[in-house]
Design a protein around this ligand. Structure first.
Ligand code: A2P
Length: 268
């Protein structure tokens, strides 16, 4: 093939974009990130997800993936779990630059800033790959236009799994487009639950014990001043949602903006 592209065993299904893998980064044996080319026609709001698949079957398996890159980026970034028997991720984890990834053309999702009413502070609560939509929002100037203060919480089993979020924050300050906007306004609050580290515990426990407030030196989460976005596993969502509702937060949507939003971190 004169283009250097690898031959495909199966045709690209109709109405699906075939994009090229630009780079892949493995963090642990459970987590990796990858970047692909962006279809010219794709429009999305930072925080939304798309359906991703591989051209390895007549009818490819598609899974929802939050776009981790901001909407101004020329490429699309994703942060994925590797499930050993996962119908998609067991194959996706083997992709290399030059490979083809399939993408359905529509982006959608609930974690968009327009679904929140105005407030001083946005608290983004994530576990594991649930950090992905927030990686997008934290790199979008519109987020800084709407909220004065931004806090991202990221809880994982061990320290190695926190690296994606740490690198994101390290890059924010130097980002030519939004670096200046972020100064003194963004904070990363991370913890581990299974490996000993400087801060341990689930985010629910850290908030309930008050450690979250004393560690950050902030007032209690309050619908008068704060907005909350939540992304993680089903159980995590259930517990953090209950916590937010207990504090008086009300779930919002684009048609009826509120004080908190919830999205499942998708696992395949
Ligand atoms: P734990 O180790 O106590 O289960 P996973 O990798 O399994 O998706 O988990 C990511 C992180 O989310 C882990 O630190 C895990 O803690 C935490 N977690 C799991 N369930 C909940 C929950 N119901 N509420 C808050 N955090 C949770």
């Amino acid at each position: 093939d004169p283009t250097g592209a690898k031959p495909l065993d199966f045709p690209i299904p109709a109405n699906v974009h075939a994009q090229t893998v630009v780079s892949v980064k493995h963090y642990t044996d459970r987590l990796f990130s990858f970047r692909i080319t962006r279809p010219q026609s794709l429009r999305f709001r930072s925080g939304e997800f798309v359906m991703i698949g591989l051209p390895n079957a007549e009818k490819p398996v598609f899974r929802a993936y939050s776009i981790a890159s901001p909407n101004w980026d020329e490429e699309l970034e994703f942060f994925s779990i590797k499930v050993p028997d996962g119908p998609l991720t067991s194959h996706l984890q083997k992709i290399e630059p030059g490979d083809i990834v399939l993408m359905r053309p529509k982006a959608t999702g609930t974690l968009v800033i327009d679904a929140l009413t105005l407030a001083k502070r946005l608290v983004m609560i994530s576990t594991g790959t649930g950090i992905a939509p927030f990686a997008s929002l934290l790199r979008d100037p519109d987020t800084y236009e709407k909220f004065d203060q931004l806090i991202l919480t990221h809880t994982c089993r061990d320290t190695a799994e926190l690296r994606y979020g740490r690198e994101l924050f390290a890059q924010l300050a130097d980002d030519p487009l939004i670096g200046e906007l972020t100064h003194g306004r963004v904070r990363l609050y991370n913890s581990t639950t299974r490996e000993a580290s400087g801060r341990m515990g689930r985010i629910t426990a850290l908030i309930e014990s008050g450690s979250f407030y004393t560690d950050l030196g902030i007032d209690k989460l309050d619908p008068a001043t704060d907005r909350i976005m939540i992304c993680g596993s089903m159980h995590m969502l259930r517990d953090v949602r209950a916590l937010a509702e207990g504090l008086g937060f009300v779930e919002g949507s684009l048609s009826n903006p509120g004080s908190f939003l919830v999205e499942r971190a998708f696992v395949g």
